[in-house]
Design a protein around this ligand. Structure first.
Ligand SMILES: [Zn+2]
Length: 83
């Protein structure tokens, strides 16, 4: 397969709704469709927006470099419990 052909593979791109950046991608390969479905399902479970784009579009997407949010501080959870 040439590089050019590869650019036209379809890819599932996971977008973080918090910032709109790409966070993960999974090539839609017919040989491992079950694995791809499982991966896409995990994106949805984690709250990502999943879009289907070409491999080239996935490469050129705005990839997330935002700092990851740490786990909520315990003090905040305590405050919620008290409320
Ligand atoms: Zn981001």
């Amino acid at each position: 397969m040439s590089e050019r052909d590869h650019d036209h593979d379809m890819t599932y791109l996971a977008i973080r709704p918090e910032c709109g950046h790409a966070i993960a991608a999974s090539v839609d390969s017919p040989e491992c469709r079950d694995d791809v479905a499982e991966e896409v399902a995990s994106y949805v479970r984690r709250g990502f927006i999943v879009t289907r784009v070409t491999a080239q579009e996935a490469r050129e997407a705005d990839w997330c470099e935002c700092p990851r949010k740490p786990a909520p501080p315990k003090a905040h959870q305590m405050a919620l419990l008290d409320a």
